[in-house]
Design a binder for this molecule. Structure first.
Ligand SMILES: Cc1ncc(COP(=O)(O)O)c(C=O)c1O
Length: 411
């Protein structure tokens, strides 16, 4: 039989408190330890990219998809993107699409290319141009890939010749900044060339890594579809991409898509009619993006962002040259989004060691993506400033010394 000790209830209470308190205290200690250990890395990559503290903070709220505040945020984002593109709502609309950038690229092909007579010309001067062709191939879309060397930009004269040889082309797809090398393609001349030869042909620009930081006159280039994603130059967090579409084109796309979720016509139509996404919207990501757009405006929009990224790039190239690294592209290619550097020939250079030692210092660079040369890449975009680039250069010097590579590198 249990005996009730007079102090039993006090003891039980104390045990109860301890039972709650102990895990709480351990939890807090753990939280403290992990938050100290979880400092942001500096991302000198093509993506994911670093974001400001305030952008990350803006995500820390739950909002329902039917909440009026969320609906007005979607409207604000769509209008802000038209503004950033320098186009009006009379001619263009914005279709946000859940997923990474490739989802929006695929969505444009699905939506704009009908099942009967579509014929796409994919222009490729690197991995992302090649991916345009790969998407068409997987979709079973009739297409041709016009390839250019990875260390040069697209030659509009060859585009013209390809179109004259195939006047039934219905879409030309081109990448603005070929992020695999860093080269910027002249999409305006290509767009003008396309419309001069085949006026009805769609001009589709993958502006993933350039939109918001490399000026592009959508009107002059007669662009019909332009895509980018939340975590590129507008500096939101990853989770959705967007299509800036010419209304007169998009309105004719009903029923083209062979994919339900990637149907940009349906997504647009539903947003216009109900102010709702068709499927779970990326609410937190959009809250962050709304804050990111305010910060984009405060920095001076496209011009302001271009100025900072250019400065990052100037500091980077000068510092890397001083250390002895050589750029993959010739100096007259003046892209400032990302820079590819050739592996030095020194026997002690090993990219994995170089990468790991920089990573241990919280500096994240990226492997190369060009096929014909051994390169690595350093990005200038996202929440990065010249002081960050200078710090990275210091770390690179330290790492080279640790790897027994004498500076400046001469081989
Ligand atoms: C030009 C270009 N196109 C497409 C993509 C693919 O985007 P995601 O990896 O977000 O799908 C990228 C990614 O960096 C890119 O730079």
């Amino acid at each position: 039989m249990a005996v009730n000790h007079p102090f039993m209830h006090i003891k039980t209470r104390l045990f109860g408190i301890r039972r709650i308190w102990r895990p709480l205290a351990v939890g807090c200690r753990h939280l403290h330890r992990t938050s100290a250990a979880m400092a942001d890395k500096k991302l000198f990559t093509p993506g994911p990219l670093g974001t400001s503290e305030t952008v990350k903070q803006a995500m820390l709220r739950d909002l329902g998809s039917r909440d009026l505040e969320f609906i007005s945020i979607i409207k604000k984002i769509r209008a802000g993107l038209l503004d950033a593109a320098g186009v009006s709502s009379a001619d263009f609309t914005v279709v946000p699409m859940q997923g990474s950038g490739t989802f929006a690229v695929e969505s444009v092909f699905q939506t704009a290319c009908n099942r009967e007579n579509s014929q796409v010309l994919c222009i490729s001067s690197g991995a992302y141009g090649a991916r345009l062709g790969r998407i068409c191939e997987v979709m079973g879309l009739r297409h041709q890939v016009l390839s250019f060397p990875e260390d040069g930009s697209v030659d509009p004269a060859r585009v013209e010749a390809a179109l004259r040889a195939n006047p039934s082309t219905t879409m030309v797809a081109i990448v603005h900044c070929e992020t695999s090398s860093g080269i910027i393609n002249d999409v305006i001349t290509v767009g003008k060339t396309v419309k001069a030869i085949i006026p009805d042909c769609d001009v589709f620009v993958d502006g993933m890594s350039s939109f918001g930081a490399v000026p592009l006159d959508v009107g002059a280039g007669q662009v019909d579809y332009l895509v980018s994603s939340a975590n590129k130059c507008l500096q939101g967090v990853p989770g959705f991409a967007y299509i800036i579409a010419r209304l007169s084109k998009l309105q004719k796309c009903k029923g083209n898509s062979r994919s339900l979720s990637l149907d940009a016509y349906d997504q647009w139509d539903n947003l216009e009619r109900t102010s709702q996404f068709r499927f779970t919207p990326p609410t937190h990501t959009m809250l962050a993006f709304s804050q990111a757009m305010e910060e984009f405006q405060l920095e001076g929009g496209v011009q302001g962002r271009a100025a900072r990224y250019k400065e990052n790039c100037t500091v980077l190239k000068a510092g890397m040259r001083e250390i002895g690294f050589k750029e993959f592209l010739a100096p007259h290619h003046d892209g400032y989004i990302i820079t590819s550097f050739c592996f030095p020939k020194h026997k002690n250079f090993n990219f994995n060691t170089f990468y790991t030692k920089l990573n241990e210092r919280d500096q994240v660079i990226y492997p190369g993506k060009v096929l014909n040369a051994e390169c690595f890449r350093i990005g200038n975009i996202g929440h990065l400033f010249p002081a960050d680039v200078r710090h990275l250069l210091g770390c690179i010097q330290e790492v080279c010394k640790e790897m027994d590579i004498p500076l400046p590198i001469t081989e």
